[in-house]
Design a protein around this ligand. Sequence first.
Ligand SMILES: [Zn+2]
Length: 174
Amino acid sequence: MRKPENFHKIDNADLIIGSVNCRIDVSKEGFFVFGEGVGWNNVVLFEMNWDKDQYNVKICVLGEGNDGWYLHENLPIPKSLMKTLSSFKEFVKSNILDVANKVDLMNIKPNMMGITELDAVEIIHTVASSSGPNVSYIVTENVGGVRDEWNCTCPAFMYSKATPQTCKHIIQIK
Ligand SMILES: [Zn+2]
């Protein structure tokens, strides 16, 4: 896809993720996300490869530019979320919650996993059903603010015998 025309407009945009106020800083490679006033010594760099429709998530050290390590590489850019500022913020939010689940953003530990305490926020995803173009299901992540608690409105989830219950829509989002 082409780089969205209004991409520069997200520069300096604020968004609240969990209980943390985050700021977006557009860069040459894509954009950084900072946590403001919470003692995060790491920043998250999203390298946007518009030509290949892919992005990387890189954990960088605050004030050290692009130095860091890759948490994810070559993820598909969800084009539908690139259309408006609010949908773009949803994209950023779900990515940062994923990062916070995996990485300690407070302390600089190269290539180390850990967890950043963020109050989990319910995230609603709409997933198209593979059985028909006009059917979609609602996948809820962090149900009731419980981290990694999932729900889906599809029948397969309701009848899932797995513990915890799951379905292909949840797996797709994970
Ligand atoms: Zn489902």
